[in-house]
Write a protein that binds this ligand. Structure first.
Ligand SMILES: [Zn+2]
Length: 308
């Protein structure tokens, strides 16, 4: 199976739940549980021995491979293939999870392809990636693709209030910034600084639009020191640019609704083409940061593009 969708949307959580559901000794009743999409599902208990072993990463029949550094290398895939060539030790079924499969280098991808062409018995492969286009087509054609949609904003707000204990107003702001990703929402809710600095980030970006200044380079350096923070700030920048594009057509759908008067003032000033170019520059920067590009260079290049 190939699970595709944005980061933090629940692909790996679902993969682990699947592994648990396969091995759980006391699963919940099947018929009474209805999932998000309305289909029946098996609820693993999360408490029995196999469930606990899977949760702690110690189940001998669950094999996980993830990138080390920027890539998944051939050694990791070889190790996986070796492990699954043996009989399953505890359970009936083995699960081979390859997280961020788009980061396999060509050698690793080809090694995996061989395993998929002649799969060992009783083994389910689960690959996760942002989109199928990022993976070798020969691999994709051997997978059943399951697309993960962003979580609707109202469900995310509900979750942040009920399960993460957030106040209504914070939950709303975070849900908007998280763009349907529960992982992003949780990362944001643990980071008050980001929420409180949202206006500052937007102010700084507005200044950059007016032309390059010395202090922008300093800001680039500060952001570059913390990759995770840089990615969140880029998310805030995107939400602002998106608002500028959305406002003229549907003003009630803006994300930064507490900054409405400024958005209405700025919305007409940038042409659509310019807005899209700036958004595109941010997307590219996100990608290069995720691929371990040198953060400072990436941020400086972005600021130059934003200032154009
Ligand atoms: Zn269980």
């Amino acid at each position: 199976m190939l699970f595709t969708g944005e980061a933090g949307i629940g692909k790996q959580t679902t993969a682990m739940n699947f592994a648990m559901a396969v091995h759980c000794q006391t699963p919940g009743p099947m018929a009474d549980n209805v999932s998000f999409s309305g289909t029946k599902h098996i609820d693993p208990c999360g408490a029995c021995r196999p469930c606990r072993k899977i949760a702690s990463g110690n189940h001998p029949d669950i094999h996980c491979v993830a990138p080390s550094g920027a890539y998944i290398r051939i050694d990791a895939i070889r190790g996986l293939c070796e492990a699954i060539s043996l009989r399953p030790t505890e359970g009936e079924m083995r699960v081979a999870l390859i997280a961020d499969a788009h980061l396999m280098n060509a050698e690793a991808g080809n090694a995996l392809l061989k395993a998929l062409e002649e799969p060992p018995g009783k083994t389910v492969f689960i690959l996760t990636a942002p989109q199928a286009a990022d993976i070798l087509p020969t691999i994709v054609s051997r997978c059943r693709q399951i697309r993960f949609s962003p979580i609707p904003e109202d469900r995310l707000i509900e979750y942040l209030i009920d399960d993460a204990g957030l106040l209504q107003q914070d939950a709303c702001a975070i849900a908007r910034l998280a763009g349907g990703s529960i992982g992003a929402a949780l990362a944001l809710s643990g980071n008050r600084e980001i929420i409180e600095h949202r206006k500052q980030v937007i102010d700084n970006m507005e200044m950059i639009f007016r032309g390059p200044r010395g202090s922008d380079l300093q800001w680039a350096e500060t952001l570059a020191a913390d990759r995770e923070k840089a990615l969140l700030y880029l998310e805030i920048m995107k939400s602002w640019l998106r608002d500028l594009a959305v406002f003229p057509v549907s003003p009630d759908r803006i994300v930064n609704s507490d900054d409405r008067s400024r958005i209405s003032e700025k919305a007409g000033r940038l042409e659509k083409k310019q807005l899209l170019e700036k958004l595109d520059a941010i997307w590219q920067t996100e990608r290069s940061l995720q691929c371990n590009a040198r953060p400072r260079l990436a941020m400086e290049a972005l600021f130059m593009k934003l200032a154009k």
